[in-house]
Design a protein around this ligand. Sequence first.
Ligand code: ADP
Length: 477
Amino acid sequence: MTKILFVTSEAHPLIKTGGLADVCGSLPKALADLHQDIRLIMPNYNALKTNGHVRYVCSIRVDNREVNILETQLPDSNVLVWLVDCAEFFNLPGNPYTDENGEPWANNAVRFALLCRVAVECAMNRIHQDWQPDIVHCNDWQTGLVPALLSLETNYPASVFTIHNLAYQGLFPSHTVAELHLPGQLWHADGLEFNNMLSFIKGGLVYANKITTVSPTYALEIQTPEFGYGLEGLLTFRQDDLIGIINGIDMEQWNPELDSMINPNFNAATLNKKQLNKTKLQKKLTLPVDAQIPMIALISRLVEQKGIDMVIECLPEIMTHSVQFVLLGAGDKAFEQALQGFADNYPNKIAIIIGYDEALAHVIEASADIFLMPSRFEPCGLNQMYSQRYGTIPIVRKTGGLADTVIDASPETITHGTATGVVFNEANAGSMMEAVKRALLLYTLPTAWHRMQMDGMQKDFSWQRSAENYLQLYQSI
Ligand code: ADP
């Protein structure tokens, strides 16, 4: 049995801002199911949704600050979660990274450095729990200082650092190094320095024993200038320690047969019931109720990474077709306003819901015919997998995890029963529009469409396979 300390800034269902939380809520459970001794550590945010059972563990002093460590469990599991309790940093409104106005917390460096320092205390068995991990598994920049700080210890556990999205690196002005009381020996070009900035993520990329990222294609892409943000040299240097492991999805939460947020439930054998979800959603969104009209959906953070600008560019042409377009998302105000403008102009064809709504996300997946995910880059992506499970055909760009999880429809792949979506190559509106048209054409071919739905619904996206890959990696160190 391997002992694993899993360090993260968010984990579903305790708190979630994006896909990172989905992974950090699911992978630990899957590792526990493989009989591994895994514990999480994360900040005690005021918005944390625990099941009420929170226990005081101890108080420790780190970097001249008194911090409590509390303990709870990942809901619906036996996985223990240590909470770093520091009211000044974490008991705040807003989300884990930004204030109520969406601005990054000004003290993010200090906040997450504290998480890292407490994680190191736990990893070094200095919190009186008689538990020392074999592996410390860190996730994204917020935890990047852990491998760096561990490297200063003696007899320290091995570390794995997972890149969920290289676009977020935790870069801070160089004077932050002194503010965080980081030892000078970490501050150099082969350490935490990046263009005279302090880079949290480099702590993971330089000092962790192994680096993983969330799909094999993204592991290759980040070694190129287009996706590497200047870190491609370092990642290429570390290529022997860098592997891509595709994320699973939570097969219980995202199961159309049992999903309590949708009505009626359905499975591959009762796929005809999917339409009832669609007509209910049409009513709810005051769109014309019509089971035949193809409904294209998009659920996403509204940021450039997700290709929202391309969607906006294509919407006028999409509107020339007989379709409905449903979008749930929040993010850049300019995108929100542009999309809202389209909804005002096409009230019978477009419904835009600005906000974050987990339940509605399930309903949309259950209702839509087509799911659009034209990301410029996508480390793994989850919605294209949820879509396949719900019989909703994804249109994706051939990048990262999208390339690894969706098989493009062609006469051959449809015949062989492998096609599960429509894939396009170039990150531009023209290429995306061609894919939309191709999907709409396929929609008019019921046999091919049904075949693709069935093939997608039967794919194994479970965490078990991914967890086995992580376990193999831990054991290889
Ligand atoms: P990322 O982590 O880059 O945002 P992913 O596809 O990996 O993208 O994961 C996004 C997750 O967040 C998915 O579970 C998706 O359904 C969810 N999500 C994104 N935006 C919203 C929203 N506005 N409402 C509900 N769920 C959302």
